[in-house]
Design a protein around this ligand. Structure first.
Ligand SMILES: C[S@@+](CC[C@H](N)C(=O)[O-])C[C@H]1O[C@@H](n2cnc3c(N)ncnc32)[C@H](O)[C@@H]1O
Length: 244
């Protein structure tokens, strides 16, 4: 769960180009002949993608489970009048309207760690989508969670931040377990330690497709990372497009 990490999230994600991600999503929309006016972004985190949709004038609703992530998003997005920010859970969100597009990026879907819950997410998305709507999301691939992040430890030593990311891949349950430890330099020169644990489920593409079908999506496409190519065995991120 994102708590204190929320306040370092943007600093640690600085190498992710959210504008490029936004442009990729715009390319997907164009490829599927969609011109959504209303967008729902699930698990928006600190609002880095939301920012571009808000800036371009979309009627945007975004939500996240973590109120700490949302507090950062709120500061980034409050100047826009065309956006609603909510504290909701992907598994059981209920909004009394439908959207032209529903999105969730940056492996937020892997945070839904059991299949029944993921089916519930997909059913919920379906019921909030207009008939000619589009659902776009991505996952960290099974390959990335098992072989790249795997059972490895990463350390990052910055001037005012030491960050240790110890990972364990549970092969029986196909679960990436991440144990994060941060030492953050405070104004008084001392370092404050805090720890967080995150879980990401390693889904296979077939499992996701099967759940989307069970949730009654009629057309499903998946792509290698930020392309329109088929995913490879070694794709680290897989983007999905599902049509109602
Ligand atoms: C890796 S972050 C991605 C955040 C954001 N989409 C981005 O691109 O930076 C995963 C996000 O999923 C959120 N999350 C995890 N489980 C959730 C749930 N059940 N409902 C809503 N948000 C959830 C977390 O709070 C976190 O903000």
């Amino acid at each position: 769960m994102y708590k204190d990490f929320a306040f370092l999230y943007d600093q640690l994600m600085a190498d992710i180009d959210y504008k490029e991600w936004y442009l990729y999503i715009k390319n997907i929309l164009a490829r599927f002949n969609k011109e959504p006016k209303s967008i729902l972004e699930m698990a928006c985190g600190t609002g880095n993608l939301s920012y571009y949709f808000a800036k371009d004038g979309y009627d945007l609703t975004c939500f996240d489970l973590s109120s700490d992530m949302l507090s950062i998003a709120y500061n980034k997005l409050r100047k826009f009048k065309n956006i609603t920010i909510l504290n909701q859970n992907m598994i059981d969100f209920k909004l009394d309207r439908k959207y032209d597009g529903i999105l969730s990026i940056c492996d937020s879907i892997n945070y839904i760690v059991n299949k029944d819950d993921l089916l519930q997410v997909f059913k919920n998305v379906k019921s909030h989508l207009n008939l000619d709507g589009i659902f776009i999301f991505d996952i960290n691939s099974h390959y990335k969670l098992k072989e790249i992040i795997g059972t490895n430890t990463f350390v990052e030593d910055r001037e005012d931040l030491l960050y240790i990311w110890q990972n364990y891949f549970d092969e029986k349950n196909n679960m990436g377990e991440f144990y994060l430890t941060f030492f953050v330099k405070e104004d008084n020169g001392q370092y404050r330690r805090f720890d967080e644990e995150h879980l990401e489920k390693a889904y296979r593409i077939d499992e996701i497709v099967e759940l989307l079908k069970l949730a009654d999506f009629s057309e499903i496409h998946c792509f290698h990372e930020f392309t329109f190519e088929k995913p490879f065995e070694t794709s680290e991120r897989v983007s999905f497009v599902a049509l109602p």
